[in-house]
Write a protein that binds this ligand. Structure first.
Ligand SMILES: *Cc1c(COP(=O)(O)O)cnc(C)c1O
Length: 457
């Protein structure tokens, strides 16, 4: 057997920024030990997020040149519309400037004060847009999602029993929709099975409640269905995608993920009536219905990106790269969340650094160690992110303190993955010596992780 290789070669290059440990010590201190405060030129390999950080193909760059910038009736909108409709089956499409904007427009129509919106672990902006409207988001993910010691191929699945309980308490009137996030970002990029999507559809039909997919990583979800759900192993990705969306009434999309573009989003719907209502809000918040906050050229690149993202060749390389890194870490004995998700590897910081007290921000301590060791920027998914209880103002300690290594699409090579794994391995070898973490010097009242200032203990 021949070794696996990336299915693309490099035409244009972007410099990386190597640095010394002494430089990084100075920079991170100036950044108040907050990785968000670093300049990109102070980072060697950037694994902060996979959102909008991907590399476009030559076909996408060519599409940019032929973008049609007409205010209304743009040819580039037509091409985006046709692509979305042919992939998803949804006849109505509204472009928006990014995913949260799609949520803002659609929820302006659908979510009212006092509503409850069940789903599988809502993404934070989704939850934010629900709570902003004085409604509640209820997490109905299966229990296995929160147990790193059990294997489940679809840890993004919705627990139908939990949906049923919510229905019994609140009834149809207070449930405007069910949101299924594919893949489930908040549980670690974990997929939802077709079987489960069908079960959600059945439930929704029984009680006449619409189902909306938060579809940022829908193509990665389709890959997991193909590779983990026996019945689908001989289906094409596009057939799976079509079948997935046939089980929902509409979708919101962050094109910065599986659209493989740097900015953009959209809403796609079955219902003409819902589309017409959403149109008003789109025009108010985003722009006219044939551009909604996007340039013509960007819509053209997105149409092409969606086509590429729904090929097996692309998805296999994408997900194999993420899992290659996960396997390297696992072989080194580093505790990581399993099964690996689609877009990131999560390192279990509590098990990695057992001597650092949780009051001193274990996952942040590990993320900072990784930066100091190697210039790799990861992101804390732990106590800083979980923030304080709004009532008691006490720190909320999440069940898991994680460091997320998020892999941008088509940007880094296998050598870069080797480098990241080696850096973590070096830290793992001296983990017993790391006993203290950080304390907060300044924090904002909400979303503190973006602007927090820390100091070393
Ligand atoms: C990124 C993301 C969003 C929000 O999209 P933006 O483009 O960042 O505004 C919503 N839901 C999920 C699942 C996401 O991953």
């Amino acid at each position: 057997m021949l070794p696996y290789t990336e299915p693309y070669k490099i035409k244009m290059i972007e410099p990386m920024y190597p640095s010394t440990r002494a430089q990084r010590e100075k920079w991170i201190k100036e950044a108040n030990y907050n990785l968000f405060n670093l300049k990109s030129s102070q980072v060697y390999i950037d694994l902060l997020t996979d959102s909008g950080t991907g590399a476009m193909s030559q076909e996408q760059w060519s599409a940019l040149m032929s973008g049609d910038e007409s205010y209304a009736g743009s040819r580039s909108f037509d091409s985006l519309h046709e692509t979305i409709t042919s992939l998803t089956g949804f006849p109505y499409v509204l472009p928006t400037h990014q995913g949260r904007a799609a949520e803002n427009v659609l929820f302006s129509v659908m979510v009212k004060e006092g509503n409850v919106v069940p789903g599988n672990a809502h993404f934070d902006t989704t939850k934010g847009h629900i709570e902003f409207r004085k409604a509640s988001a209820f997490d109905c993910t299966i229990d296995e999602a929160n147990d790193t010691s059990v294997y489940h191929p679809f840890k993004g699945n919705v627990d139908i029993g939990k949906l049923e309980n919510i229905y019994q308490v609140y009834g149809k009137e207070r449930i405007p929709m069910i949101i299924v996030t594919i893949t489930c970002n908040s549980t670690g990029g974990q997929p939802v099975s077709m079987e489960n999507l069908k079960a959600v559809r059945e439930f929704a039909d029984r009680y006449e409640i619409p189902v909306i997919f938060d579809a940022a990583r829908f193509a990665e979800n389709a890959y997991f269905i193909k590779t983990r759900e026996k019945e689908y192993q001989n289906h094409t990705i596009r057939d799976i995608v079509k079948e997935m969306f046939s089980l929902s009434d509409g979708m919101t999309m962050s094109s910065k993920k599986d659209g493989i573009v740097n900015m953009g989003g959209f809403i796609a719907l079955n219902s003409k009536e819902l589309y017409q209502e959403a149109t008003t809000f789109n025009i108010m918040f985003e722009g006219y219905i044939t551009y909604g906050g996007m340039s013509g050229r960007d819509m053209a690149a997105l149409a092409q990106g969606l086509k590429e993202a729904t090929t097996f060749e692309y998805l296999e390389s994408r997900i194999k790269q993420v899992h290659y890194l996960g396997n390297l870490l696992q072989e080194a004995g580093i505790p990581v969340q399993e099964p690996f998700g689609g877009h990131a590897i999560f390192v279990d910081a509590t098990r990695f650094l057992p001597r650092v007290p949780r009051e001193e921000y274990i996952a942040q301590t590990l993320a900072l160690e990784l930066y100091l060791e190697s210039g790799v920027r990861a992101v804390e998914i732990g106590t800083l992110l979980a923030d304080r209880d709004p009532e008691t103002r006490e720190n909320r300690y999440p069940r898991l303190e994680m460091v997320r290594l998020t892999i941008p699409r088509r940007v880094y090579t296998r050598n870069h993955m080797d480098y990241v794994a080696a850096a973590l391995q070096n830290i793992f070898e001296r983990r017993e010596k790391i006993t203290r973490g950080y304390k907060i010097r300044y924090e904002a009242p909400i979303m503190r992780h973006f602007t927090v200032e820390l100091e070393k203990i």
